[in-house]
Ligand binder design. Sequence first.
Ligand SMILES: Cc1ncc(COP(=O)(O)O)c(C=O)c1O
Length: 462
Amino acid sequence: MTDEMSTVLPPYRIKVVEPIPFLTADERRAAYAAAGHNPFNLRADQITVDLLSDSGTGATSAEQEAAAARGDESYAGARSWFRFRDEVRDLTGYPHVLPVHQGRAAERIVFSALLRPGQICVSNTHFDTTHANVELAGAHTLDLPCPQARDLDSDEPFKGDIDLGALADVLAGPDGDRVGLVLMTITNNGLGAQPVSMANLEAVAALCRRHRVPFLLDAARFAENAWLVREREAGYSDWTPRQIATRAFQLADGCLVSLKKDGLAPVGGFIGLRNAELYAVCEANLIATEGFSTYGGLAGQDLERIAQGLREVVDVHYLRSRAASTARLATLINEAGVDTVRPAGVHALYLNAGRLLPHLEPAQFPGHSLASELYLRGGIRCAELGSLYLGAVDDEHRLLQPAPFELVRLAIPRRVYTDAHLDYVAETLGRIAKDPERVRGYRIVSAPALLRHFKVRLEPIA
Ligand SMILES: Cc1ncc(COP(=O)(O)O)c(C=O)c1O
């Protein structure tokens, strides 16, 4: 029915709602100053539209809540565990499944079992906690994004791909023996929410087989990647998103999945594996650190919500409307005079703050300045992905090495905001873009050594 219409309808209507706060400009200024000018330190009740993360922030469905009410909270062998396990097995094809409380627990458990000190984990791009957990295992990360990813303005369809030539060179080169794992992040969250093509995953699988290196997926957004494959890659237009996702899982030896994204759940994750020996080592670690292997830190009600969520997330109507909503927001923002990383992905848009605010040096953190302005003008919370997050600073917090780009991520929670909320975001950006030189830079006042962006405190430059 909707196929012939230009309006793309979400396949649901709203039954339960939650009020959002509206603060005055003075209240926002005071709240932001008290938060050390860091959006992570704001209280959620000081925010009108929260685009800080798409992780664990989605709305659940009536079916998910009905399933949750049937959750079996038995310590071991709960009914809910079997429903969860069967759903994951059916989706991924992996015989061994371990539940965890969230994605980074899966990273810690698998990397500590698989990686030895001095080894290298190669990826299209490691997410920040993934990078941290590789390092905690004593190994090192190597990101090999494809060259197309460097051009923020091109409409290349699969800028999330790994650079296959560079991967082949590393595997065949002097460091080849040190590669302990190849990890493909789908979609590539660290790099503009760009998807990875099936052709790229197939080629990675072949290279890993040839060099006998384990190949895992970091598949937090497996359904959104499948949707973009269906839309953009030749040969997949008549596959269902679920078939594409299953094919992607089947190309790898296993996966780490944060279910706070495409699990449509507030909490959860899993490890999927083919190898029984690796599974046994991971299971022992899981029992010692997360919980027994039939719940892994999750409640029976969580397992039920997720099992149902995994069905809903691959629905064509859901994915089409989510992708259309993000693409529509990108168009509005571009028309308002702000460039975004192209092409638009699904879970987030990345604003080119460096281009909008050329009067600010990287050392004045233009991405952070734009994110701050969105809060101060509109109560909109989002996160910088630029020199504040990725740049190198000295002990006095002076910027030594800027990030390659000064971006701001607008992450879109699943099934939470209507197009009217997103129109408001675009309008606020349009107002900022009319007078960009009014936007002030920031300097760091204090910052922790690790994962700086979470706890940093800043002040505006007069
Ligand atoms: C690509 C990717 N991998 C791993 C994680 C970690 O997952 P979690 O936040 O559930 O620990 C995230 C979270 O945002 C992610 O985006």
